[in-house]
Design a protein around this ligand. Sequence first.
Ligand code: GTP
Length: 306
Amino acid sequence: MGRHCQLVMGPAGSGKSTYCATMMTHCQAAGRKVHLVNLDPAAEHFEYEPTIDIRELITLEDVMEELDYGPNGGLIYCLEFLLNNIEWLEEEIGSYDDDYLIIDCPGQIELYTHFPIMRRLCEQLGRWNMAICGVYCLESQFIEDKSKYFSGVLSAMSAMVNLEISHINVMTKMDLVQGDYGNRAADEDIEGETESEKKKRQRKKRAQMERVMVEREMDRYLEPDPLLIAEEAGALEEKPSAWTLKFQALNQAIVQLIDDYSMVSFIPLNITDEESVEYVLSSVDHAMQYGEDLEPKEPDDKVEYD
Ligand SMILES: Nc1nc2c(ncn2[C@@H]2O[C@H](COP(=O)(O)OP(=O)(O)OP(=O)(O)O)[C@@H](O)[C@H]2O)c(=O)[nH]1
């Protein structure tokens, strides 16, 4: 069936390792032979022990200690070291013909956007006949700050354009914006509740309602709506300042760019919802044509998603 891998990228803390662990659990439950590959020389804790681990070749700690590098320079050094010793990875991967690899990458986005490191790695994986799908994670919390969100969109787009591999973008941590908000009205009196307990409950409820509002807007973030950035920059102000006008021109150019690459959209991932995890996995499979040569399933086995 050939080799397949997911290259899991995204900014620091965007949920890459959690995504990898979730996929491992899900794939194993579905009977796939799947392995975790760690490419972060600074990683410490894993839910699944990686089958292939860059730290067996080089660690950030050693580089910082022995060569006196800082954390970012040290990380670049480690990955360049990996590329210069690529036969190590070839040998490690060699024994996993026909298996499925999930590659957890470091969180420094410059690796995907303007350093050629990840691109060279992808070219190398391609030479070993590995079908690759890039999975770019952006956390749902980014939507709380529109400028941050758009810089996330641009970094996802930049990785897409730079790496030239099959690619999907995933909006992680959706459980944080899709909770069960409860239906107790904030102003309702509860027997035995003190005034300060009531105030606390009302504050909590207001925060939950704000999240509901965010959820309603979610579509505008999954398919980036250029108007969001216009709103952020004060484009809708009646009397914009000189600075605002300058930023409007810049934002207009960014909006045009995002529109031109209308392929930037996000698949929401709620790790607490199996259907959501399956939907992301089937999107990745589809992007890299995984399983096309498998036996077709009986119609009863087919799962449909909205
Ligand atoms: N609620 C919730 N928290 C999450 C989810 N995914 C990740 N987190 C939390 O977010 C934090 C960062 O998650 P990681 O999976 O370590 O993120 P990462 O991108 O691998 O981080 P780096 O390796 O530092 O770049 C951790 O505290 C996780 O528990 C999610 O789907 N839901």
